[in-house]
Design a protein around this ligand. Structure first.
Ligand code: CP3
Length: 379
């Protein structure tokens, strides 16, 4: 497999934002004819006919057809069945006029694939049988090889063919968020043991995060080489870390991930919840697009992030549980604030809540397109 970081011909890697270029090393087998639509162009801060939209967790429990397709198959088993991955990834595209698909998987899939004993418990989240708390346990975390996740390669390839011009977003868990699951043993409110290691055993912490960064890199490369046209790093739970500690203890590892992906030229999105104070640093890590939750208005996020970045977000997912006219008004506000950004990808501020009416999401996707097309001057 060609290594994009060390091109064999000695040529410098292609710069990140090179729309319409030829496929990169590792991606040469992919069709060259795919058009870059509104999602990829907004990520690259290029003109778009309308604001693109997709929804985090657009596939999932809010859809009856998802519940039907999953049946009684446990979550992690479902993530290893290519036909099921393809079906579930495609489901929201049949209902919503979204501009991108997100690969159906989970942030803990690569950990499971390297032999970490873990499960995803319904209503709880990832649970780790033997939490990682010492040097020996960190040492046992081995690298991820593409052969560990053949079902990912197969499913992404099928999706790439099925989606045509609609881009597939690949993703991985951010180093803090994965470390928290591994150290705490499951979901956590205060990330107590995680922070105790971050503060008290900085060398062990750095070794753990470095390994998790390498796993994320390998997992993202598998997806991009199979056809994913953008990637998102979900460091969902990093919002509890102060900026100085983020800079010291997390940023170097996230930077390693983004720079390892740079040569592919696919847009890189960086998202976390409650990260208002970290938005600038999350951009600095090397993201092309900074994801914003609903707490910081996008026009304020513009001021917090360096020039040269697009923004993604940020309607409060709970607004969709209110009457439609309220949600519509709030969505118009997000669009107006998003117009102050160099590029804007409309999304929710976090994932779709399971009790959301799919009809509201369908109307929301249409509203985003219609209202933003007016402003783009195409109507
Ligand atoms: O549509 C999509 O967004 C793609 C699919 C996706 C899933 N997990 C499927 C899933 C993505 C991008 C993820 C990432 C993920 N997983 C994150 C980062 C995103 C975020 O929400 O901040 C995190 C923190 C996890 C860990 C995790 N996995 C949690 C907290 C849960 C929910 C537990 C529950 O039951 O409430 C999961 C399970 C999970 N991952 C489900 C889905 C559709 C629910 C499984 C089910 O159907 O029971």
């Amino acid at each position: 497999m060609p290594d994009v970081e060390n091109p064999q011909n000695g040529a410098a890697p292609r710069p990140a934002a090179a729309p319409g270029g030829t496929p990169d090393n590792g991606r040469a087998h992919l069709p060259a004819a795919r058009r870059d639509g509104p999602f990829l162009n907004a990520c690259r801060r290029l003109p778009v006919p309308h604001t693109p939209v997709w929804f985090m967790r657009q596939a999932g429990r809010s859809l009856p057809e998802y519940r039907e397709a999953r049946g009684t198959v446990p979550m992690l088993e479902a993530c290893a069945i290519p036909d099921l991955i393809v079906e579930i990834t495609m489901q929201p595209l049949r209902r919503y006029a979204v501009d991108a698909a997100i690969f159906f998987s989970d942030i803990v899939v690569p950990l499971k694939a390297i032999g970490v004993d873990l499960d995803i418990k319904p209503g709880v989240g990832p649970v780790i049988a033997e939490p990682i708390r010492d040097a020996a346990a960190v040492g046992r975390l081995r690298p991820l090889w593409p052969d560990d996740v053949p079902y990912v390669t197969e499913a992404v390839r099928s999706l790439e063919a099925e989606l045509g011009d609609i881009p597939l977003i690949g993703f991985a868990g951010g180093p803090f968020t994965l470390a928290s699951y591994l150290i705490e043993g499951g979901p956590s409110k205060n990330h107590e043991r995680t922070k105790a290691m971050m503060y008290g055993e900085p060398e062990l912490w750095a070794r753990l995060l470095d390994r998790l960064a390498d796993i994320a890199i390998a997992y993202l490369k598998v997806q991009v080489e199979a056809g994913a046209r953008a990637i998102q790093l979900f460091d969902s739970w990093v919002g509890g870390v102060a900026p100085a500690d983020y800079r010291r203890s997390v940023l170097p590892h996230s930077t390693k991930i983004f720079s390892a992906l740079e040569a592919y030229g696919v847009p890189r999105i960086h998202f976390g919840v409650g990260t208002g104070e970290l938005l600038g640093l999350m951009g600095e890590a090397g993201a092309d697009v900074v994801g914003v939750d609903w707490r910081v208005p996008l026009d304020e996020a513009v001021r917090r992030v360096d020039a040269g970045k697009a923004l993604q977000g940020n309607l409060d997912p709970a607004v969709l549980l209110a009457p439609w006219e309220i949600a519509a008004e709030r969505a118009r506000e997000v669009l107006a604030q998003g117009r102050t950004a160099e590029g804007h990808v409309f999304n929710l501020g976090h994932g779709v809540l399971p009790s959301t009416d799919p009809g509201a999401l369908a109307r929301l996707a249409d509203l985003v397109h219609e209202e933003s097309a007016v402003h783009a001057g195409t109507r």
